[in-house]
Design a protein around this ligand. Structure first.
Ligand code: ARG
Length: 270
């Protein structure tokens, strides 16, 4: 079994102040809130997914042994992957992507080393907007369906229900390092901006998508970052941040692809 490095987790929690780490929100917390672990579906609260239903989804792992799953990503060209800028804490050669492997502790699927990393120039660690990186693979992953980018900035309207995919933390709602999916309603920018911590934490209506459940229990989590949020077969967003995971009042914040689509397309075509 792969273990996510604590150091990486610390980076990924991304300090909205008071953020609890995923590791502290284990069953003890569930008892306090009166929630039963068994009642919660996974990613946190999602369900197991077959990689065949999302063949363009990739896990970003460290290239050295034993490798560690750090983030998710989406294959947009045979040799290009979109992930989160905040995942790029190491040089390009430290990373590889795995496609088509549901349980990362097993073999199978396709593995490609990362040869080059581009970070969106508008990204910074303070406001965390434009949380996009484009990875160039050393060898293309051919014969795998690619995902198209959503280019309509209005596609993230409140009430639509995209699906998020990832191999990240499940907070014991499911097996770790295993491919999960979760339908997350788009709540609208006002829902995230109404949260003081999110407003001051850099949430921006123009470049973010607020999605998930205000009553908590279901959410993307550490390790899902950079992974695809998909609506109507298009890449609507990528997992970016949140306070803790699946906490009531703190839905998931996603980076909005349409707002950066031109810049991303230009980079992807290089
Ligand atoms: N930043 C985290 C990561 O790097 C993912 C955050 C998503 N959190 C959430 N509560 N939706 O994996």
């Amino acid at each position: 079994m792969m273990k996510r490095a604590a150091a990486i987790a610390a980076v990924l929690v991304l300090g909205v102040s008071g953020a609890a780490t995923a590791a502290t929100q284990r069953p003890a917390d569930d008892h306090q809130s009166g929630r039963q672990t068994a009642d919660r579906s996974l990613i946190v609260g999602g369900t197991l997914a077959a990689t065949s239903e999302a063949p363009w989804a990739v896990a970003l792992i460290t290239s050295f042994q034993p490798s560690t799953q750090v983030c998710g990503g989406a294959l947009v060209r045979p040799n290009k992957v979109i992930t989160a800028a905040h995942c790029m804490t190491e040089p390009p050669s430290s990373f590889a992507v795995v496609q088509g492997r549901s349980d990362l502790a097993m073999d199978g699927g396709r593995v490609a080393a990362v040869s080059r990393v581009w970070i969106h120039p508008g990204y910074n660690t303070q406001h965390r907007r434009n949380d996009f990186a484009v990875l160039t693979l050393a060898r293309p992953i051919t014969g795998v369906p690619l995902i198209r980018l959503e280019t309509n900035p209005k596609a993230d309207r409140r009430g639509v229900v995209p699906t998020v995919y990832g191999w990240g933390e499940t907070q014991d709602t499911g097996p770790s390092d295993t491919f999960h999916k979760l339908r997350v309603p788009v709540l609208g920018d006002a829902a995230c901006l109404a949260n003081k911590g999110y407003a001051t934490g850099g949430y921006a209506a123009s470049t973010n998508i607020c999605a998930g459940y205000l009553d908590g229990g279901r959410d993307a989590c550490q390790g899902d970052s950079g992974g695809p949020l998909v609506l109507n077969g298009r890449l609507l967003g990528t997992v970016s941040w949140g306070r803790g995971c699946a906490e009531p009042g703190y839905p998931g914040v996603y980076a909005e692809i349409a707002s950066a689509a031109r810049t991303l397309q230009a980079e992807i075509k290089r």
